[in-house]
Design a protein around this ligand. Structure first.
Ligand code: GLC
Length: 539
């Protein structure tokens, strides 16, 4: 492993800046707030942070609609604050990744404002406009947020494509001048000292021909990893390579089989956030996710990138409800087991803010508590389909990504220590008992467990560049070995309701080994009970 591949033995932490820490009393998290919490991240032991967008934005999609790529949203601070953040992080050996949102801009971005003026405007071709009379859209494509992916513009007699909200018009990657401006913008940030990017919605930058209809069974395939994307990814890679930065792509539509081409030696990026394992509900709308299906996806990605390629490992992010809720168990020992089930697989693990203290879904009681553009649209949709308000509220509340965006719970003080003003989003009422300050005091807490897990992960390259051997077991029981020339470890995480029965050969191999971490006191290799797990180092 070259030192340029530092991320193979590292741990990442995702910060949702709006909800991490408010420093200036406006109820909104900000960059100086992040700076004030860096010691917490050092203590936790993470190596790099990925911060969701802080660029100037009208905030229709909380920063994923950028109106100025090289300016900071005033609520979050200034460019000088960002420079200070990068310097402070580097001083503490923490690397910094920003979100790179280049599939679309905000409709208030000057390029789009110009584009709307006339068909001859040079910026018009920066976006995807199609002649249209406004009676029916150019095709039947739907946006990820619901309804048609086209918005009609009467003064142009054209419609433009937006695969997210209509305030997020898609950029036309076929336009060379547009691409050149994007690459220039990336250099601006890299020259400022960023260590990498999380590439938002990157597999969507190429679209199919407008004549290809959407099919209901595979709704997004016309803008997911469509042929022709290779050229743009290659150009992006040239910029990344020049600076040797870390790149993590949100790349839905890139299959596990294809992933090694993207993330292996000579691939476009270093790792992929696959979205396939994200489940919000289980079979037949059941509230608890389908564990065997979840595990199948994760194991398939492990197997398909066994030698070539690299995984980004995560159980939570800003687009999903809280794991403690959707796995149906917020008991700390179960959450420790959940941590064990993914953290030491082959790849780079990420923790999403609040996951390490076991934050749960918000108990929604009225629609005004939703913030997300998607949640509001889904709510209206359920009402239109005939649900009463309470039923619609429950359905959306359960799966909404707003759940993961409630303020970070630092302490049992007012507003969980996030702000001394009214928080932009309600704090989860369980903050009085579930918070960083109390878990820091408790050696048996989930937070303390994460600290040990991170330190263990970083103590041996077996967990990074070592090989992985997945051991077939009961679905929902994660059992695997991590091995390199110096050490062998067995990881067992039992998320099921049955005891784990390990193959005799494995028991023989590890019986005399040392339990280096376990989720509870009575850990025993011959009987890993439901909702528990352990790690044994071979003797
Ligand atoms: C990604 C982001 C999501 C955002 C979308 C549009 O999926 O994770 O939060 O809404 O892109 O930029």
């Amino acid at each position: 492993m070259s030192t340029q591949e530092w991320w193979k033995n590292s741990v990442g932490y995702q910060i949702y800046p709006r909800s991490f820490q408010d420093s200036n009393g406006d109820g909104i998290g900000d960059i100086r707030g992040i700076i004030s919490r860096l010691d917490y991240l050092v203590e936790l032991g993470v190596d790099f942070i990925w911060i969701n967008p802080v660029y100037k934005s009208p905030n229709v999609d909380n920063g994923y609609d950028i109106s100025d790529y090289e300016a900071i949203q005033p609520e979050y601070g200034t460019l000088d604050d960002v420079k200070e953040l990068i310097a402070a992080c580097h001083q503490k050996n923490i690397k910094v990744l920003f979100d790179l949102v280049v599939n679309h801009t905000s409709n208030l971005h000057p390029w789009f404002v110009e584009a709307m003026k006339s068909k001859d405007n040079p910026y018009h071709d920066y976006y995807l406009f199609v002649d249209n009379d406004g009676t029916t859209p150019p095709n039947n494509w739907e946006s990820f947020f619901g309804n048609s992916a086209w918005e009609y513009v009467p003064q142009l007699q054209q419609s433009y494509l937006h695969i997210f909200a209509k305030e997020q018009p898609d950029l036309n990657w076929k336009n060379k001048a547009m691409r050149a401006e994007i690459y220039q913008m990336m250099l601006f940030w890299l020259d400022l000292g960023l260590d990498g990017f999380r590439l938002d919605a990157i597999s969507h930058i190429q679209k199919a021909d407008w004549a290809v209809p959407m099919v209901k069974t595979d709704k997004w395939r016309n803008f997911m990893n469509v042929a022709g994307i290779e050229q743009y990814m290659t150009e992006l890679k040239q910029v990344f390579d020049e600076y040797h930065v870390l790149t993590v792509g949100e790349a839905s539509g890139v299959s596990s089989k294809k992933a090694p081409e993207w993330t292996g030696d000579g691939g476009y990026i270093n790792m992929i956030f696959e979205l396939e394992h994200n489940q919000k509900t289980g079979k037949n709308g059941s509230e608890v996710i389908d564990l065997p299906a979840y595990q199948d996806v994760i194991y398939r990605w492990q197997r398909d990138q066994l030698k070539e390629g690299w995984n980004a490992l995560y159980i939570e992010n800003h687009d999903n409800p809280r794991a403690a809720t959707i796995f149906g168990n917020d008991n700390p020992e179960y959450l420790k087991t959940l941590a064990l089930s993914y953290f030491l697989l082959r790849g780079t693990p990420f923790i999403y803010q609040g996951q390490e203290i076991g934050m749960t879904n918000f108990p929604y009681s009225k629609v005004e508590q939703f913030d997300g553009v998607d949640a509001k649209m889904q709510y209206a949709d359920w009402l239109a389909k005939g649900d009463d308000e309470l039923t619609a509220l429950k359905k959306v509340g359960r799966v909404s990504r707003d759940n993961s965006r409630t303020p970070m719970q630092w302490s049992g003080e007012t507003n969980a220590g996030f702000t001394n003003a009214t928080p932009w989003m309600n704090v989860n009422p369980d903050y009085t008992t579930r918070n960083v300050a109390s878990e820091e005091q408790d050696a048996a807490s989930l937070l303390s467990f994460y600290k040990q897990l991170i330190s263990l992960k970083k103590s041996s390259a077996a967990f990074g560049t070592g090989t992985i051997k997945l051991i077939t077991s009961e679905p929902g029981q994660f059992v695997f070995e991590r091995v390199n020339e110096d050490a062998s470890y067995l990881v067992v995480a039992n998320l099921t309701t049955l005891d784990v029965e390990l193959p005799a050969a494995i028991v023989n191999n590890y019986q005399t080994g040392k339990i280096v971490l376990s989720t509870g006191a009575a850990a025993d290799i011959t009987k890993v009970k439901p909702g528990t797990g352990l790690i044994i180092q071979k003797g």
